[in-house]
Design a protein around this ligand. Structure first.
Ligand code: IPE
Ligand code: IPE
Ligand code: MG
Length: 223
């Protein structure tokens, strides 16, 4: 039985969750944030050392301005409301992606949150303005400046370089694609695509995913 050290989630389906209830999309995102909060609370006892969450992709800027604003405002609210709980629960925040390009006040809040949680032992890595192809290109450029471009030097320059290898990738909402998330890191990750819409995803769903993972045989090309 293997336990997953590093789990990543493509938190998809907020819009459809809202649509089914004839609610505005913003309400779906709001409930999505609540699902994140509950999941983080339920992490203790799962054995997960790092949970990486896809919160905003570099392609999500294509959405209507109103939705992007809603998402940014939710982010501001979430950092303010949940930072104390992160600190109290020994969570270390990490941000991956081109987050420094977000609004200056969000960048400042994130920097402060990173500093305040630096001593935590369980990592929550949030992908903000994240695109995997861009991450790989940046890593390759850094590797080239330092010397050789090899799989090892690229990996060492990815945003996730200091995280454990990715064990399990989960995507909610029934879509079966990666949407530019952790392409490099997924090379030998196990994958699980579930129909549950993100706002409905609970710690019990995560536990089910971990149980499923525990029964998989990972081969890495060997036999
Ligand atoms: C995921 O839910 C949240 C973000 C991408 C920020 P969606 O907003 O993509 O929800 P659907 O896919 O439209 O249902
Ligand atoms: C991926 O979901 C991004 C996040 C969950 C943050 P999308 O809803 O943006 O992906 P596509 O457009 O369906 O591929
Ligand atoms: Mg979606």
């Amino acid at each position: 039985m293997t336990t997953a050290r590093h789990v990543a989630i493509i938190m998809d389906g907020n819009g459809r969750w809202a649509k089914r209830r004839f609610l505005p999309r913003a309400m779906g995102h709001q409930r999505g944030v609540e699902a994140v909060r509950e999941l983080v609370r339920g992490l203790e006892g799962t054995g997960i050392e790092c949970l990486t969450l896809y919160a905003f992709s570099s392609e999500n800027w294509k959405r209507e301005e109103e939705e992007v604003d809603d998402l940014m405002n939710l982010m501001r609210k979430f950092i303010k409301s949940d930072l104390p709980e992160f600190i109290a629960n020994d969570v270390k925040l990490k941000i991956i992606g081109d987050w420094q390009a977000l609004a200056p006040d969000i960048v400042a809040m994130l920097k402060d949150a990173l500093e305040q949680t630096a001593g935590g032992s369980r990592t929550i890595a949030v992908a903000l303005n994240y695109g995997s192809q861009n991450e790989i290109a940046r890593a390759a450029a850094k590797a080239a400046t330092a010397g050789d471009i090899t799989p090892e030097t690229i990996a060492a320059n990815l945003d996730t370089a200091d995280l454990p290898p990715l064990d399990l990738l989960i995507r909610t909402s029934g879509e079966v694609r990666l949407s530019n998330f952790l392409l490099w890191q997924c090379a030998y990750a196990e994958m699980l695509f579930v129909d549950t819409l993100w706002p409905d995803f609970t710690p019990a769903h995560l536990q089910q995913a971990l149980d499923d993972f525990a029964n998989r045989e990972r081969r890495y090309g060997g036999r």
